[in-house]
Write a protein that binds this ligand. Structure first.
Ligand SMILES: Nc1ncnc2c1ncn2[C@@H]1O[C@H](COP(=O)(O)OP(=O)(O)OP(=O)(O)O)[C@@H](O)[C@H]1O
Ligand SMILES: [Mg+2]
Length: 399
C-alpha cells in the first residue's frame, strides 16, 4: 500500500544503534584506524580508547559500533567481547570467558590447540573465583603491591595464545576487541588489574584493541586506579552540534521519503539541546504524532505534540527514577540547582543556598556526579546531565 503509515526510523533507548551515528566522525575514524593497523600490521596502536560523557551521549552506541566493525572487518578474523562493569566483579575472568565464547563462534574449536587454550580459560576463571577479591592491594599506592596476586599475567598469556590460535590463515590476521562499558562502576582494584593487563598486552604489540566507556568522570576514575591511565586515548562525547542534530533527524526520514519543515526541526532541535538521546526520543514522538506515509512532511505542530509526549515519558521514567535514587540531602542539593534552570552554575552558589561552604557540599556533589545526575562542565561549575530535569524538580516540589 503506497500510503500506509511508516514505522519510525528513530531509535530511542539505552545503547540502541541509531539509524545514523551523527557528529562522531572523529570517534569513528579513530576506531577504523586501529582496526586497520591491527589487521595489516599485526598490532594495534598503544593507547586504549576511552569514551566518556554524561548519560545518553552515545557511549554504548560507539562501543557497539566498534565491536561490529571489528567483527565485520573482512580482511581480519575479528574476535570481540564486551561487558558491563559492575561493583564487586573482576573484569579479567569475565572478559576471558567472553573471548572464549566468541572464539568458539568463529569456529576456532577445530584448531589443534583449542582444547588446551579453552581449558586454560576455564581454570583461570575458577582460580580467580577461588581467590575472590582478597587480593593484595595497597590502595594508597596507585599500583598493586604484588601484581602476580592479581592473575593479570594469566590473562595476558590467554590473550597471547588466542592471537596465535586465531592466526588461521596468512591472508586474514586476527583482530581482538575488548570492550568494557560503565567502567566507573568497577572497583578500583579491578580497574588497576585491568589497566595492568592492558599495559602488558600493549607493550607486546599484539592486534588487540581495548575500548572502554564511562561517565564524564571516567578519566579521573582510571587515573586514580592506575598510573597507566594517563596513557588512555580519551575521546569525550559532547552534545551534538546543530548540523549533526539536523543530520540525525533528517537523514533517517529522507530514507523513507519523509521530510521535516524547518519549523518542526527548530522545535525538536531546541528542545533536545544536542543530546542524542533526546533527539531520538523527540524525533520518534514527532513521527508518531504525524503518522507519516511516503511523501509526508513533519510539521511544527507534530513536533510540539511529540516533544510533549517525549517529556512525559522522561518525567515518568528517567527523571522519576533519578529523583527516587537520590537521598534527602541530595534532593535538597538538586532543588537548589533547579532554581537556576538547566544551564551550568557555580558550585559556590549552591553551597551558599544550602548555607554551607563548597568543601562541605563536595561529597554530595561527588555522589551526584557518580550517579550521573549532574556533571562538572568546567572547574567550579555544575550542570544537570539532562535538560528538562530542572523543570521536573520544580514540578515535583510543587506537588
Ligand atoms: N551520534 C549519534 N547520533 C544519533 N543518535 C545517537 C548518537 N549517539 C547515540 N544516539 C542515540 O542516543 C541514545 C543514547 O545512546 P547510548 O545508550 O549509547 O548513550 P550512553 O552514553 O551509553 O548513555 P548511558 O550513560 O545512559 O549508558 C540512543 O537512543 C542512541 O540511539
Ligand atoms: Mg551506555
Amino acid at each position: 500500500m503506497a500510503n500506509s503509515p511508516l514505522p519510525s526510523p528513530y531509535a530511542p533507548g539505552a545503547g540502541t544503534l541509531p539509524p545514523v551515528i551523527a557528529g562522531r566522525g572523529k570517534h569513528l575514524s579513530v576506531v577504523e584506524d586501529y582496526i586497520h593497523a591491527a589487521a595489516h600490521l599485526g598490532r594495534a596502536p598503544g593507547s586504549p580508547i576511552a569514551y566518556s560523557g554524561v548519560r545518553g551521549m552515545g557511549k554504548t552506541v560507539l562501543l557497539k559500533h566498534a565491536e561490529n566493525s571489528i567483527r565485520e572487518y573482512s580482511a581480519a578474523v575479528g574476535i570481540t567481547t564486551s561487558l558491563l562493569a559492575c561493583k564487586g566483579e573482576r573484569l579479567l575472568p569475565l572478559l576471558a570467558q567472553g573471548l572464549r565464547n566468541t572464539a568458539a563462534e568463529r569456529e576456532l574449536t577445530t584448531q589443534p590447540a583449542w582444547r588446551r587454550w579453552a581449558e586454560r580459560v576455564e581454570s583461570f576463571t575458577i582460580e580467580v573465583a577461588l581467590t575472590g577479591a582478597s587480593v593484595n592491594v595497597e590502595l594508597g599506592n596507585k599500583e598493586p603491591r604484588n601484581l602476580t596476586d592479581f592473575g593479570y599475567q594469566a590473562f595476558v598469556r590467554i590473550i597471547e595464545d588466542l592471537v596465535t590460535l586465531a592466526r588461521v590463515d596468512d591472508k586474514k590476521r586476527p583482530v581482538i576487541g575488548v570492550c568494557v562499558d560503565e567502567l566507573q562502576e568497577a572497583d578500583r582494584e579491578h580497574i588497576t588489574e585491568f589497566a595492568a593487563a592492558i599495559q602488558e598486552i600493549t607493550s607486546k604489540q599484539l592486534p588487540v584493541i581495548f575500548l572502554v566507556g564511562g561517565l564524564a568522570n571516567l578519566p579521573e576514575v582510571i587515573s586514580e586506579a592506575a598510573t597507566f591511565g594517563e596513557r588512555f586515548r580519551y575521546l569525550p562525547l559532547t552534545k551534538l552540534s546543530l548540523s549533526a542534530s539536523v543530520e540525525a533527524l533528517v537523514q533517517p526520514a529522507e530514507q523513507l521519503h519523509v521530510s521535516w519543515t524547518k519549523e518542526a526541526l527548530t522545535e525538536v532541535i531546541s528542545a533536545a539541546k544536542g543530546f542524542p538521546h533526546l533527539i531520538q526520543l523527540y524525533g520518534e514522538e514527532t513521527w508518531h504524532a504525524a503518522t507519516p506515509a511516503k511523501g509526508s512532511t513533519l510539521l511544527a505542530s507534530h513536533a510540539q505534540s511529540g516533544i510533549a509526549e517525549g517529556r512525559s515519558a522522561l518525567y515518568n521514567g528517567m527523571f522519576q527514577a533519578r529523583w527516587r535514587r537520590s537521598t534527602e540531602r541530595e534532593k535538597d542539593f538538586l532543588a537548589a540547582m533547579a532554581k537556576h534552570g538547566d544551564t551550568d552554575m557555580p558550585i559556590r552558589q549552591i553551597a551558599e543556598a544550602l548555607g554551607k561552604n563548597p568543601q562541605q557540599i563536595s561529597p554530595l556533589r561527588a555522589s551526584l556526579i557518580a550517579k550521573g545526575t549532574i556533571y562538572a562542565p568546567r572547574h567550579g561549575r555544575i550542570e544537570f546531565t539532562m535538560p528538562g530535569f530542572a523543570d521536573f524538580i520544580t514540578d515535583v516540589l510543587k506537588e
